[in-house]
Design a protein around this ligand. Structure first.
Ligand code: F6P
Length: 323
């Protein structure tokens, strides 16, 4: 493979706290190895529009602790077409970009695969609060989002206890229940409803709430993954079936913002550096991942074909601890 002298970096899909730490690591590691770095704004759209600028050590000063992404992000329809990818490759070449780092989720990695197959070695870094990238145990932003959920649920619990109410709290995660299950365990939720496990409304929600009340419980917290959805409707049903006053809260985009936790900063820094190390050696078409606490990498196609299974023990544990 030809030597890579200039790398581009972009963030794509939903933003996640820690993306800035990853950008910083990419820029500084690349400069450390004598490479030039071009920042591509607004994801693949920025590549198609030539919204590209040279980054230096100072471009990434004072961003490690900031949420969001300084490069901004977008979802691109044009890039999803063959013509779009060809145009993007031509624009990358005009800017002498011969390797690209894409920080984002599954959809972004499909773009990374296309760029690689059209001759621009590209490496993906998993950045999404959902933790739903199959090849990786961890995705950048997950821990920060969980801490945000934990803070919110702790507050809702205070008022739920005062009023002896039930609270249904809907959290993000797209089609996955990772945020819900971890948040449920961390906040002692009475029930966690996720897409990965079917639930029975009476057996899993109504009966435990009534039984808990009988044993003297002063509140009920139900964490509902958005992949199941319908918090408002569920709250109405719970109130109708149990007679207990019930409120719904949809946490929404608050989960995507805020200063990244130490875990997100450190993992993002490691992943950013690893992506550059691969490109430095002329290796593209890879996705960086965390497996058993180690930073590793996979072939993109292989990674995209993997499936992620939630640990059944974790799902059982959430139920047992809610007794
Ligand atoms: O993938 C991150 C995520 O926040 C999901 O949890 C959620 O389903 C989705 O993005 C929301 O997307 P948008 O910001 O486009 O509404």
């Amino acid at each position: 493979m030809a030597e890579i002298k200039t790398i581009g970096v972009l963030t794509s899909g939903g933003d996640a706290p820690g993306m800035n730490a990853a950008i910083r690591a990419v820029v500084r590691t690349a400069i450390h190895y004598g490479m030039k770095v071009m920042g591509i704004r607004k994801g693949f759209n920025g590549l198609l529009n030539g919204d590209i600028y040279e980054m230096n050590l100072r471009s990434v000063s004072d961003i490690l602790h900031r949420g969001g992404t300084i490069l901004q992000t977008a979802r691109s329809k044009e890039f999803a077409t063959e013509e779009g990818v060809k145009k993007a490759v031509a624009i990358a070449r005009e800017h002498y970009i011969d390797g690209i780092v894409v920080i984002g989720g599954d959809g972004s990695f499909r773009g990374a695969k296309d760029l690689s197959s059209m001759g621009i070695p590209t490496v993906g870094i998993p950045g999404t609060i959902d933790n739903d990238i199959a090849c990786s145990d961890y995705t950048i932003g997950f821990d920060t989002a969980l801490n945000t959920v934990k803070d919110a649920v702790d507050k809702i619990r205070d008022t739920a206890t005062s009023h002896e109410r039930c609270s249904v709290i809907e959290v993000m995660g797209r089609h996955a229940g990772y945020i819900a299950i971890y948040a449920g365990i961390a906040t002692g939720a009475e029930a966690v409803i996720i897409p990965e496990r079917t639930f029975d409304f009476k057996r899993d929600i109504v009966e435990p709430i009534i039984e808990g009340k009988r044993r003297g419980k002063k509140h009920d917290i139900i964490i509902l993954a958005e992949g199941v959805g319908g918090a408002v409707e569920m709250a109405k049903r719970i109130q109708a079936e149990t007679g207990i006053e019930t409120r719904a809260t949809i946490l929404g985009h608050i989960q995507r913002g805020g200063t990244p936790t130490v875990l997100d900063r450190v993992i993002a820094s490691q992943m950013g550096a690893k992506a550059v190390e691969l490109l430095k050696d002329g290796i593209g078409n890879r996705i960086i991942a965390m497996r058993d606490n180690k930073i590793v990498d996979f072939d993109i196609v292989e990674a995209l074909n993997m499936t992620k299974k939630m640990d059944p023990y974790l799902m059982d544990l959430a139920r047992i601890l809610a007794l």
